[in-house]
Write a protein that binds this ligand. Structure first.
Ligand code: ADP
Ligand code: MG
Length: 944
């Protein structure tokens, strides 16, 4: 409020520091809300936000006050004359951001604003200090409002609506804002591109409580629609036009102005009697690293293609309000009076809302007028809002100026909670994945077919060539053989004939020789026959030589043929090796195919996981600022169940996709992914296994079975059995050992905790060194959720009678007690549950006589923690501890230690005050049946 002489509103810079800090406290890197010129500030107005709670991470709410600037119009021609002898009614001190409103010649009131713009302020500067931060917010995915308030003729339209066609420097806020928006967005229609924009806008005027579309003036009673869930206000009935460039925007503005002029002429009014509202909706695809969602899982580069595109939706509303002057002054009457009332109605409703908000009043009369309904989000909502109040210098309008200033002062007290409007575009991711998948499948099929054809062809060709060679060679060989056989036979025949001839010759000559009658005659005869014999021998020799030459040639020919055959054989062998090579390629192809199928599986599981996460996110968003950490060991189960409840009918489809995934990918494959190299894949696989381990009801549902409880339990058991049979439990335990990733530890421990609900699994976990691994995980973990899971798993194991000794010997109790270092109530509740389970088994064993001596819990030093927490304010912790105390006290061997440890007092308290009757009775019974306790109570004179 204004005060006299130099006393002014408290600066808000201190609190603006506060905002920065709370932003940086946020574990998620938020897109910075650029607020150089008009820093957001001030403590939160009320507790609607959840900045301190866990949900703030996804809600991205940032507090911010409505920023108010005041702009003084220079004296106009008339004022220069009429007010020539008078001083201006205001004096500005822009460097101090103060305005002095003159009361009289010697006294004035001082007011402080976020910006004080003198009559010399350029349009550019006005845009930069008033509008630019809002426009930048809108581009970052917030809603933003810029409005001008002031008496008619003080420069509202000048500030907001000047087109500046004759002088660029005169361009107003609307034109400059659109320039900035258009410069910052990409028009790529390709959904793959990094950013794209739809910048539709609506331009209408609010007149006599009806909303008229200035782009389609016939459309003059447009309803306001409010989304019951988000509270977002919209006017879906108004024309939405896509803007691609500044020129088309200017044309629309001109068209709007023309329609406004025509409509007002028809109604015999002026445009200053109506509110002009320009709405610009900006929808952008966000780069991964800029997103508020991005750091959640530390997505690797491989995963990036799997992230659904994120879209941010920002809405910029620019409002040129009707003149704020009082009706009586403007001398309205008749129709104009109605109209003025109506204008006053909406303006005065706006004033009332701002008063209510500034005073933190419980009721804000938003519904009193259409204007306030439409601007609901701009004051005290989730939009960043800048208000420029315009004033004139003339002392004649001092009253108007003063009331305008008061309006601005009150608006400065209004606190908004900015909310980032960011969401995953799952549809387009799914579309992209589907296309990618189908492409891969088709490509693979084509390649495989081509390979098979090629191999077939080569095979046939080789076969043909071999058989052709074989045929040719057999023929040639046979021919040669026959030829030589024939030659040989002929020459033998010739020789035989020759021989016969010779023998005959020799035989006829021998007779006379043997007679030896006439020696002379004989001698001459013998001589001639001898000669012919020699000739014959020579001839034979020649023949023989020829024969042997021929034979040699034949042999050579045969060798030649043999070597040719060898060569053919070699080429056949090389043909065979080529076939082998092709076979190998085919095998490689097949394994490639298998790998691709595996990848498809991963893709599907990741998609599934993403949709889980998204649902989780959505739910958290829906829950708003509750900031409550989900309790109980069964968080994974509840995650799945919630998911089911939330998604309603749609959920069945998604469940069906789990079943489908389960069927298609196969548990074995999912489990094998637990050892994948990529840690993201590993995390996803562990999450899927964890979900399966926690999922019964949903499986029943997706199989189309009625989701009765027993069936759900049966399904859960079936799932768990399948996981264990397929070696999933072993893999999960291995992960605790081998992985260093805390997320994996948390999810794996959660899955183990779920599996550890079953007795057979408990024994398996123990026999595989589970206690050691869980203890190790507990010792290294810092995240309370990890500790909660580990404690839950051990707590389940504590409830198994057969495993008591082993569990203790392997350090189970010590591990449990070690986890109380984390003071998170969920962790403590699990520790308490483990202790109660253990104590119950022990008391059973001692009743049966199988256990003697002190409790192992006491041996391991649990008693002091038990006593300290017996009256813990968190009821789950208290209840378990109370039970544990009752169980411990049933065994006389523990009584002494319990007395010295202070447990007796607690027992007495429990027996008297415990809200649960069964526990109360149990405590009472144990106290009265123990002689040691009885004696001590007598000694202490406790009346019992
Ligand atoms: P409103 O919209 O508040 O009724 P206008 O924007 O129509 O007022 O301004 C009234 C007149 O004053 C116009 O002629 C306009 O050009 C002039 N005017 C307003 N503000 C300024 C300014 N800052 N500098 C120069 N002329 C101005
Ligand atoms: Mg105007």
């Amino acid at each position: 409020m204004a005060t006299s002489g130099g006393n002014y509103r408290n600066g808000t810079h201190k609190s603006s520091m506060k905002v920065d800090r709370s932003l940086s406290l946020n574990s998620n890197p938020k897109p910075s809300v650029k607020s150089k010129s008009l820093p957001s500030s001030g403590p939160r107005r009320n507790s609607t936000g959840s900045l301190a709670g866990g949900a703030a991470k996804d809600n991205a709410e940032v507090p911010g006050r409505v920023r108010v600037a005041v702009r003084l119009r220079p004296r106009n021609a008339e004022e220069l004359v009429a007010d020539a002898d008078f001083a201006d009614c205001v004096e500005l001190q822009p460097e101090l951001k103060r305005l002095k409103l003159r009361k009289n010649n010697w006294d004035s009131d001082t007011y402080e604003f976020d910006e004080v713009l003198t009559e010399f302020a350029s349009q550019k500067r006005v845009y930069e200090v008033v509008a630019k931060p809002v426009v930048e917010s809108v581009l970052d995915g917030y809603n933003g409002t810029i409005m001008a308030y002031g008496q008619t003729g003080t420069g509202k339209t000048y500030t907001l609506g000047r087109l500046g066609e004759e002088d660029t420097a005169a361009r107003g806020i609307m034109v400059r804002a659109m320039e900035d928006i258009l410069a910052d967005v990409s028009f790529e229609t390709d959904s793959v591109s990094v950013s794209y924009l739809q910048a539709p806008y609506t331009y209408m005027q609010l007149y006599m409580e009806t909303i008229q579309d200035l782009l389609d003036p016939a459309n003059d009673n447009i309803p306001i629609v409010e989304d019951p869930k988000t509270g977002d206000v919209s006017v879906p009935g108004a024309s939405l036009v896509k803007i691609r460039d500044q020129q088309s925007f200017l044309e629309l503005l001109r068209l709007g102005e023309a329609h406004r002029f025509a409509a007002n002429t028809k109604l015999n009014t002026e445009s200053s009697r109506s509110h002009a509202i320009l709405m610009v909706q900006v929808k952008r695809a966000v780069k991964e690293r800029d997103s508020a969602f991005s750091s959640e899982n530390g997505i690797s580069s491989q995963m990036k293609t799997l992230k659904p595109p994120i879209v941010r939706k920002g809405k910029l509303v620019v409002v040129d309000l009707a003149g704020s002057e009082r009706i009586d002054k403007s001398g309205s009457e008749g129709h104009t009076l109605d109209e003025a009332k109506s204008i006053n109605l909406s303006l005065s409703a706006l004033g009332k809302c701002i008063n209510a908000l500034a005073e933190n009043s419980a009721h804000v009369p938003v519904r009193d007028s259409k204007l306030t309904r439409l601007l609901k989000d701009s004051f005290g909502g989730t939009a960043r809002t800048s208000l420029v109040i315009t004033i004139g210098p003339s002392p004649r309008h001092r009253g108007e100026t003063a009331s305008t200033i008061m309006f601005g002062q009150r608006a400065m007290k209004v606190e908004n909670m900015l909310k980032l409007k960011e969401e995953f575009d799952y549809k387009s991711l799914s579309r992209r994945l589907d296309i990618q998948l189908d492409k891969l499948i088709a490509e693979h099929e084509r390649q495989q077919k081509a390979f098979e054809d090629e191999i077939e062809r080569i095979n046939i060709e080789a076969q043909n060539r071999i058989s052709e060679f074989e045929r040719n060679h057999a023929d040639a060989l046979e021919k040669e053989r026959l030829k030589y056989q024939k030659d040989y036979m002929e020459s033998i025949k010739k020789l035989e004939e020759q021989l016969v001839k010779n023998q005959q010759k020799n035989g006829s000559e021998k007779v006379p020789v043997g007679l030896k009658d006439d020696g002379s005659a004989l001698t001459s005869n013998t001589k001639s026959s001898k000669l012919s014999a020699v000739e014959e021998v020579a001839e034979l020799k020649k023949l023989l030589q020829k024969e042997s030459l021929l034979r040699k040639a034949a042999e050579e020919e045969i060798n030649n043929l043999k070597s040719q055959i060898a060569q053919w054989k070699r080429s056949e062998a090389s043909g065979n090796s080529e076939i082998l090579k092709l076979r190998k390629i085919l095998a490689d192809e097949a394994s490639q195919k298998e790998k691709l199928e595996g990848e498809i599986g991963i893709l599907q599981s990741q998609l599934l996981q993403l949709s889980f996460d998204a649902d989780e996110t959505r739910r958290r968003l829906d829950r708003g600022g509750s900031g409550k950490v989900p309790g109980g060991l069964e968080s994974l189960m509840s995650q799945v169940k919630h998911h089911q409840q939330d998604s309603g009918n749609g959920g069945t489809g998604e469940k069906a996709s789990i079943a489908k995934l389960f069927e298609q990918v196969g548990l074995q494959k999912i489990l094998s992914l637990l050892e994948a190299e990529d840690s993201d894949v590993r995390i996803h696989a562990v999450k899927v296994v964890a979900n399966l381990a926690a999922e019964g009801e949903s499986m029943a549902k997706c199989l189309g079975l009625p989701s009765c409880l027993s069936l759900a339990a049966l399904e859960l058991e079936m799932n768990q059995e399948k996981i264990v049979q397929a070696g999933g439990l072993t893999s999960l335990l291995m992960l605790l050992r081998s992985s260093e990733d805390e997320t994996i530890h948390r999810v794996a421990a959660g899955a183990i905790a779920n599996l550890a609900m079953n007795e057979t699994n408990q024994e398996l976990i123990m026999s595989q060194g589970g206690i050691g691994l869980l203890s190790m995980t507990a010792a290294n973990a810092e995240d309370p959720q990890t500790l909660r899971m580990v404690a839950g798993a051990i707590a389940n194991l504590c409830g198994n009678d057969k495993l008591q000794m082993k569990l203790r010997d392997e350090g189970g109790i010590k591990a449990l007690l070690g986890m109380v270092r984390c003071r998170h109530p969920d962790v403590l509740a699990q520790v308490a549950r483990g202790i109660a389970n253990f104590a119950k088994c022990e008391s059973r064993a001692s009743t049966q006589g199988t256990k003697t001596g002190r409790s192992l819990l006491i041996e391991d030093g649990a008693l002091s923690w038990i006593v300290q927490n017996a009256n813990n304010e968190a009821s789950p912790i208290r209840r378990h501890i109370e039970l544990a105390l009752c169980h411990l006290s049933q065994h006389e061997a523990n009584a002494k230690d319990m007395i010295s440890g202070g447990a007796l007092w607690e027992l007495v308290r429990i027996s008297r005050d415990c809200a649960r009757e069964d526990i109360r009775t149990l405590a009472h019974r144990t106290l009265t049946s123990s002689p040691t306790f009885q004696a001590e109570m007598r000694r202490l004179r406790i009346d019992y």
